[in-house]
Each structure stands twice: as C-alpha cells, then as structure tokens.
Ligand binder design. Structure first.
Ligand code: NAD
Length: 264
C-alpha cells in the first residue's frame, strides 16, 4: 500500500532496528516520510539500514540509540528527531520487551523495565510530540499494543499490564485531541514471528523439552484461531493506512490484527 503520499512528513518509530518497528519504518519511508530510527543493535548494521532507507527512498533518515527505559531519554528522542528530520508528524510507539514468569516469581527489575519501555515511554514521547503536532495541525500517534492489551495470558503480568495501559493511554490521548486533526490509535497484533517471539519459542522449547515446531503449534499459536503467525507487513500496512488521509476519522481505536484471537 504505497499510494499514500507522506512526503515532507517526519516520522519517529521507536524500537525500529528490528521486527515490526523496522517494517513500519520501511513502509513509512517508502511512502516518502523522513524517518527517525531508534533501538538497539549492532552499530554497523543499523547504519547500513539507515543509509539504505535514505538512499532507496530519497528521504532523510536519522537514528537515535535513546534507551526508552529512561523517561528523560524518551522525551529527548523527540527533540533529537526534530533536529535530525525536521518535524515529528507521525509517532509510532513500538519499542517493547517481554519477560515470562509467574507473578510471585516475577523479578521486580523485569516488571519495572517492561512498564517503562512498553508503557511509560509512550507517555513521554507523546507528551513531547503533541505540541508540535498541534502547532502544525496534523498528527498521527500509533501505539503498537498487542492482543495482550485486550485479553490476558498467564505468566505475562507486566506485559499484559503495560499493554492494557497502552490501550488506555491511547483512548485518553485520542479524547484530548479529538477536536484537532491529530489521531491516536492502538494496533493490537497477535503473534508475529520476530526476534521477540523467537526468544519465547526457544525458552518454551527448553522448559518443556519440546521441538520449536511443537512449541509453535501447541503453545504459541494455541490461542490464535488462524493457526498462522500474523504477518508483520500486514501491521505496517495498517499503520500506514492510519497515517494517511483515510485514517483521519479513526481515533481512540484498539485495532485487532490477531488471526481471530480476541474474537473468542
Ligand atoms: P523485536 O524484539 O524484534 O523489536 C523490539 C525493538 O525494540 C528493537 O528495535 C529493540 O532494539 C527495541 N528496544 C528494546 N528495548 C529498548 C529500549 N530500552 N529502548 C529503545 N528501544 C528498545 O520485537 P517485535 O516483536 O518487533 O515487537 C515490537 C512491538 O510489537 C513490541 O511493543 C511488542 O510488544 C509488540 N508486539 C509484538 C508481537 C509479536 O508477536 N512479535 C505481538 C504483539 C505485539
């Protein structure tokens, strides 16, 4: 879906060095937006991604290694982006981590990190980006939540709490800016095969003495009626749609893209 013209718009995608965030950054870049990348990884690999995106699309692409577990760094990312790409008209809060353990064995540091990265960072970036969006009378905030923003699974207390919180933040921001040309929505994917989920597959295979295929079929996709992973490209197409003109009346929504998971 590359018929959307986002030329001249500036987009920040948090956690865009890998997985879903990188695909969203690629989609926004292909639609002509200048893009600010963020996330961790090998510096040479990230620089190669940055340069390829810029060269292939004739746009400006910046990169910030801001650690979004730190609120000040999350706020600072918006100023860094304004310096690198001009404006922040589109904000995709995508950075996220996972940790799986029973609640009474959940390491406090893991709880704090998940709440900070998966939820609080979106508060800081949104608060920093909104004034510019209001001044320019255009804005799109897209929060990558999860099916776990709508329903729970055991052993994912911090992740489920953070993603439910992110859906709540989405609705509140949407209401606050409802009478402006700014929208705020959450996308709630089911399981997508990315490094984040690959880590879970490996952990479960080890814990239960199963093969990766058994874990995918019997554990990971157990709750996903389609029995297929959600395609990352389908999420970036939806994000792109929300950022374009046709997305202008959609706000405060939690949009499921989960192979039927939350229809149960
Ligand atoms: P991923 O592990 O491939 O990517 C995560 C990104 O976040 C990476 O770029 C990483 O460097 C970055 N990141 C991690 N900690 C960070 C920090 N402290 N500061 C800045 N960046 C940081 O994971 P993914 O599967 O692409 O997940 C992306 C988002 O989608 C997450 O919010 C995740 O919860 C959500 N999600 C994923 C799935 C899935 O099945 N993969 C399903 C639903 C929702």
């Amino acid at each position: 879906m590359n018929n959307l013209d986002l030329e001249g718009r500036g987009a920040v995608v948090t956690g865009s060095t890998s997985g879903i965030g990188l695909d969203i950054a690629r989609a926004l870049a292909a639609a002509g937006a200048n893009v600010m990348l963020n996330g961790f990884g090998d510096r040479d690999d990230i620089e190669a991604i940055r340069r390829a995106l810029a060269d292939e699309n004739g746009i400006t692409v910046g990169y910030s290694g801001a650690d979004l577990s730190d609120g000040d760094a999350a706020t600072g990312l918006i100023a860094e982006a304004e310096a690198a790409i001009g404006t922040v008209d589109i904000l995709v809060n995508n950075a996220g981590i996972q940790h799986v353990a029973p609640v009474d064995e959940f390491a406090a540091a893991k709880w704090e990190a998940i709440i900070a990265i998966n939820l609080s960072s979106a508060f800081y970036t949104t608060a920093a980006a909104l004034p510019g969006m209001k001044a320019r009378e255009f804005g799109r905030v897209v929060n990558i939540a999860s099916a776990h923003g709508l329903v729970a699974s055991p052993f994912k207390s911090a992740y489920v709490a953070a993603k439910h919180g992110l859906v709540g933040l989405t609705k509140t921001v949407a209401l606050e800016v409802a009478q402006t040309p700014i929208t705020c929505n959450a996308i709630c994917p089911g399981f997508v095969q990315t490094p984040l989920v690959d880590g879970q597959i490996d952990d479960q295979a080890k814990a239960h003495g199963l093969s990766r295929d058994d874990v995918i079929r019997d554990i990971i996709l157990e709750s996903q009626p389609s029995k297929r992973f959600v395609e990352s490209a389908h999420i970036s197409d939806l994000a792109l749609f929300l950022c374009g003109p046709a997305g202008g009346s959609i706000t405060g929504a939690a949009l499921s893209i989960d192979g039927g998971w939350t229809a149960r």
